[in-house]
Design a protein around this ligand. Structure first.
Ligand SMILES: [Zn+2]
Length: 700
């Protein structure tokens, strides 16, 4: 799958968390010849008294109190970089159940759908065949790249690679909704071309990044050598890759700048864009990638394309060849023979993220099948693992949360009545998608071969391109989903103005109707509130109810809003993602990068609590009623905090601080409870204690 497009999609939606795989900004994550049969992981508890560290003071560090024992007793498994009580544990279970479906279909298929995903899985798990075929599957792409004789031909070469489903980096080209008219599907271009997780890795002048850059160049060299190049050639090629990627990094805008919708919106006529970037033959590219004719497009990052234009001329043809050879190799490393697989793992997973062992092959192939044919595998999965009653219960919960957010807006002290009316209208227009799509994607045109893993990946990429390019000029399909049904995540889309909860997250510990409402509101209730609040965070607040980029706040209200979000920027920017040690300085969170997620976490915690109060009142119950020695209010906050109990490697924590818009678990808990007085009251804290401060931040 095209990693650039994948990254672009992530950027335009606001999910609940970013997975380790996505964090590496590449689809090809680790796998090796581990054919051991997995065993069923246990279901998670919704509420875990044993996780609590009673020696900690909840008013000083609530995260430590709620999660301390769990953190102590649950080290990171060797094949993971991050291990969370909720997400990782549910994900392990989902992936296991999905594997059962795939493994059974690989052995015996009853339907064409089962045959398709069964064959996909069978090709992936067959490492003997992968070994036997060696680099043969890459030879056609290598041969095409080798034909390149001038910069002018680069565009035709890239369109050829695109048409064959072969990865090439450089930039992302896709069809997506027009930010200012969400009913229109338009062509879009966005920066790309990097292999390291962020542009900082190329540009920041620190010992840590200098070391990583040296290790990266050594890795690229080894990969070229494994592909059969001489040591001298490999060294030259690695230098060329680093030069081109560094130039791309310099021309790229930062993740923080990218958060501002106006920074990624620049409509050009094709003619004007071609004038701006004449060295790259856009006419040839657009004309042959299988998209209908168009006259205008959005160029999200014009400076990047100006730089690309310069590089087409200034970089020698041999450097471009090296770069594209690298992208071909690197982009498919996890589907290639063990020597290449291991080298890719050693740098991208072990060195960069601290992962000790590769993901077992069965698990990687299950993820790949979900990524490639998610709505095929997912159809059969939801039949067995998502009861209709769950959907009804979710509808009720969502309605309760909608009411709370409406009440919250009514009472906001800083917002004028005119803006409140607009906010209420936007809220009323948010649509909900729960569980799985009403209509499944038709994958029947994808030809899957039981004996051709890389060929299958290319076929899937071709299908996804066609599926996406076909949207050009067509009405927007409001029923489309951006995540597969078994995904343990949720998201809000600015242009759709909808919240989406895949079946995969609608289970314990997020969602469990065997437990008291406090725990459910602390779990899935906060998740729903979080997604709704995204409609009103630093990005979402710039879009109206129709999903169009339009200012609907008065100038004074926008000013008040920014003052409040600035409070969160400063607050979270002071939190440590990784402590200092030796000569290595502490890594602080980026308050601007995480602003939207922090706003959503704070809003979610507040409105889910309000919904809980309403629900208890309707049931004639009190928030002070005790179960297992904790009041309902305390259970709400504990249930919430225990969703975020997590252990991660230091490398992962440092990488995530630069790339992940979400704060780490500790600050998702301690950051939010200290901004919400109901917490300090529930735990009898004294005003002025860390979790019950005198001054705190509040947006929604
Ligand atoms: Zn979010």
């Amino acid at each position: 799958m095209n990693p650039i497009r994948f990254a672009a999609r992530l950027l335009l939606t606001a999910g609940l968390l970013l997975t380790a795989g996505a964090l590496l900004a590449q689809e090809t994550t680790a796998a090796k010849a581990d054919l051991s049969v997995p065993s069923a992981p246990p279901a998670s508890n919704s509420f875990d008294l044993a996780a609590i560290d009673k020696t900690a003071d909840p008013c000083t560090d609530f995260y430590q109190y709620a999660c301390g024992n769990w953190i102590k007793n649950n080290p990171i498994p060797a094949d993971q970089v991050s291990w969370a009580r909720s997400f990782a544990v549910v994900d392990e279970r989902n992936v296991y159940l999905l594997w059962q479906t795939l493994d059974a279909a690989a052995k015996h298929a009853d339907s064409p759908l089962q045959k398709q995903y069964g064959d996909f899985y069978a090709a992936c798990i067959n490492t003997d065949l992968v070994e036997k075929r060696g680099l043969d599957p890459l030879k056609p792409a290598f041969a095409q790249i080798d034909q390149l004789s001038s910069g002018k031909q680069l565009a035709s070469l890239l369109s050829q690679l695109e048409n064959e489903g072969s990865p090439y980096g450089v930039f992302g080209f896709y069809v997506g909704q027009d930010q200012k008219d969400s009913s229109q599907q338009i062509a879009q271009l966005i920066q790309g071309g990097l292999s390291l997780p962020d542009r900082d890795y190329y540009l920041v002048d620190s010992e840590r990044f200098k070391t990583i850059r040296a290790q990266y160049i050594a890795h690229v060299k080894k990969m070229f050598a494994l592909a059969g190049d001489t040591p001298e050639q490999a060294a030259k090629e690695a230098a060329a890759v680093m030069e081109i990627e560094t130039a791309f990094a310099k021309a790229a805008i930062s993740r923080t700048e990218m958060r501002q919708p106006e920074n990624r919106y620049h409509i050009y006529t094709v003619a004007d864009f071609e004038k701006m970037s004449p060295n790259f033959d856009w006419g040839a590219y657009f004309g042959s990638v299988g998209i209908r004719h168009f006259d205008t497009l959005n160029v999200a990052t014009p400076e990047f394309f100006k730089a690309l234009n310069g590089l087409v001329e200034s970089e020698p043809v041999d450097s471009w060849k090296a770069y594209l050879r690298w992208q071909t190799l690197h982009g498919q490393a996890s589907d290639l023979p063990k020597a290449i697989f291991d080298e890719d793992f050693a740098f991208f997973h072990k060195t960069l993220a601290g992962q000790e062992e590769p993901t077992p092959r069965w698990k990687q192939c299950t993820w790949d099948a979900d990524g490639a044919l998610g709505e095929a595998v997912g159809q059969d999965w939801v039949k067995n693992h998502f009861p209709p009653a769950a959907k009804e219960s979710m509808d009720k919960l969502v309605a309760a949360l909608e009411k709370s957010l409406a009440d919250d807006i009514k009472e906001l002290p800083w917002m004028s009545d005119a803006t409140k009316k607009e906010a209420e209208q936007k809220l009323a227009m948010i649509r909900n998608k729960i569980g799985y799509p009403e209509k499944w994607r038709d994958y029947s045109s994808i030809k899957i071969e039981r004996s051709d893993l890389i060929g299958n990946m290319h076929q899937v990429e071709i299908y996804q391109d066609q599926y996406n390019f076909n949207k050009l000029g067509k009405p927007v399909d409001e029923k489309e989903w951006g995540m597969s049904p078994p995904t343990v995540n949720a998201y809000y889309s600015q242009s759709f103005n909808d919240i989406n909860f895949p079946a995969g997250i609608l289970q314990p510990p997020f969602f469990d109707f065997k437990v008291d409402p406090a725990v459910n509101f602390g779990g899935i209730g906060v998740v729903i509130g979080h997604e709704m609040t995204h409609g009103f965070d630093d990005q979402g607040s710039k879009f109206d109810g129709k999903g169009n980029l339009r200012e609907w706040q008065t100038a004074d209200d926008r000013k008040a809003f920014v003052e409040r979000t600035d409070c969160e920027v400063k607050e979270y920017g002071g939190f440590e993602a990784a402590p200092a040690h030796g000569d290595v300085p502490a890594q602080l969170l980026n308050g601007k990068l995480t602003l939207g997620e922090n706003t959503a976490d704070n809003g979610g915690l507040r409105i889910a609590y309000m919904a809980l109060l309403d629900t208890l009142k309707a049931q004639g119950k009190s928030i002070d009623e005790k179960i297992d020695g904790y009041t309902e209010a305390q259970r709400y906050f504990l249930g919430f905090a225990q969703v975020w109990c997590v252990n991660h490697t230091e490398q992962f924590a440092r990488q995530a601080a630069l790339t992940d818009p979400h704060s780490p678990g500790k600050w998702r808990v301690d950051g939010t409870v200290q901004n919400f007085d109901a917490f300090g009251k529930a735990f009898g804290c004294t005003k002025g204690q860390p979790m019950y401060p005198i001054n705190s931040c509040r947006v929604w």
